[in-house]
Write a protein of this length. Structure first.
Length: 64
């Protein structure tokens, strides 16, 4: 999934699909179990549409 030379992991999720944020959590949990310490950039897309969850939900995830 990630090459040995990976420095940053760019993670894009759908702001209109709560399942998308849950999948990000699953993905990052798996990545964090590796021996490498990656930096992450978390990007929410489809911001032009109505959100299905709050910014507080995203902040809570980011700080977990």
């Amino acid at each position: 999934m990630l090459s040995q030379n990976t420095i940053v992991v760019l993670v894009v999720f759908d702001l209109n699909n709560p399942e998308s944020l849950k999948q990000v959590y699953v993905l990052l949990t798996e990545v964090q179990q590796t021996e490498h310490k990656y930096k992450y950039i978390l990007v929410g897309n489809k911001s032009d549409l109505e959100k299905q969850y709050s910014n507080d939900d995203i902040e809570a995830f980011k700080n977990a």
